[in-house]
Design a protein around this ligand. Structure first.
Ligand SMILES: [Mn+2]
Length: 353
């Protein structure tokens, strides 16, 4: 297991016991890991009799929205449903947890509420560069697969759980397995000895992994595969060892793409022996969302930081290209999809050249 300071774990337990209302905040565009670890943590906190809830900064996409069926309705809320209620909830909380991101700033819509909140904040994460000064306690190391794994090991240290995964309350075992499975892309990356130990513990606790895999990987819509075919047809492959794909708004509409439909596209080019870096651009309202993946020895994190104002993990990072006229030098601006593509091509050649 990752090294978690016993005294810190006990402090966390004490703080949870002393609090009445507890809110768990997550990174924007929450994925399976964010949703899984947050709902599992909330399940534990509610088992202590706390009024705990996960607050999602945005909606969950189709691929992971099923996790909300694993948690009681009153244990989560979505910012878009009521920004005012979200703000009130954060302000009224006695304890705030920030999970699966390295700072309050990464929680998007929730960031201003968290920054002005008076309650102490605790971080549970696995990204590089935790902003420790924002938190009274941080449980974070990049040496685990996922925030769900960090949560698993932390919960196992709680006096009520006593190291026994069978004592994880509610559906938290399923939720943690979901988060770990999606963040490792089903054990394809960031898999540590502790990750397999966790999987073993959760299987012993009775998690139905076959059902989970069915739900995660064999439930997609036709539009995903149609769009994948088109993206792979158009993919640019660079002799320097990179691949680049772009999906414009026009293509999103043509294929009827919903959130989640293009999940994992960025990983496909790495199947080629010659490719060690994959860049995926997806147009959104006012910006391109950028995903970067790399094989060991090439840093996706550095590429994302250098060219796309982003960051994340060594082999899996993300960032943005803003669409419009330059009005903020801290952001990288492009005028059109063609411009974005040319910028990315140049960045790839420069980075690997
Ligand atoms: Mn994660």
């Amino acid at each position: 297991m990752p090294e978690i300071d016993r005294e810190k774990a006990i402090s966390f337990h004490d703080m949870a016991l002393a609090a009445g209302k507890i809110t768990v905040a997550l990174h924007q565009h929450p994925d399976g890991d964010a949703a899984g670890c947050a709902l599992a943590m909330v399940s534990y906190l509610r088992s202590l009799g706390k009024e705990a809830a996960a607050l999602f900064p945005d909606r969950l996409d189709n691929t992971v929205s099923f996790v909300t069926a694993l948690a009681p309705k009153e244990s989560f809320a979505f910012f878009p449903d009521s920004p005012a209620a979200a703000e009130k909830r954060v302000a009224e909380s006695d304890l705030l947890l920030v999970m699966d991101c390295n700072s309050c700033g990464r929680t998007g819509n929730l960031a201003p509420f968290l920054e002005s909140a008076k309650a102490p904040k605790v971080l549970v994460d696995h990204h590089l560069g935790p902003v420790e000064e924002e938190f009274v306690l941080t449980f974070s190391t990049p040496e685990v697969s996922s925030a769900s794994e960090m949560t698993y090991w932390l919960l196992l240290m709680m006096p009520e759980i006593q190291g026994d995964p069978g004592k994880l309350p509610g559906k938290s075992a399923e939720l943690l397995m979901t988060g770990m499975t999606t963040d490792t892309n089903n054990f394809a990356n960031s898999t540590f000895p502790s990750t397999l130990e966790m999987a073993s513990g959760l299987l012993s606790a009775g998690v139905d992994r076959d059902a989970l895999l069915e739900r995660l990987y064999h439930s997609c819509r036709e539009s995903r595969l149609r769009a994948m075919g088109c993206m792979l047809e158009k993919m640019e492959v660079f002799p320097e060892g990179a691949a680049l794909m772009i999906m414009t708004m026009e293509e999103r509409e043509r294929f009827g793409i919903q959130d989640g439909d293009t999940e994992g596209f960025v990983n496909i080019p790495l199947e080629m022996g010659s490719v060690r870096l994959s860049v995926w651009l997806k147009e959104d309202e006012g910006y391109f969302r950028v995903s970067v993946r790399s094989k060991k020895g090439t840093s996706a994190a550095r590429m994302a930081a250098l060219y796309f104002c982003g960051g994340g993990h060594e082999q899996a990072s993300g960032g943005r290209l803003w669409i419009g006229e330059q009005d903020d030098p801290a952001r990288k601006w492009v005028k059109s999809a063609k411009d974005a593509l040319e910028y990315a091509e140049k960045a790839i050649r420069e980075f690997l050249g």
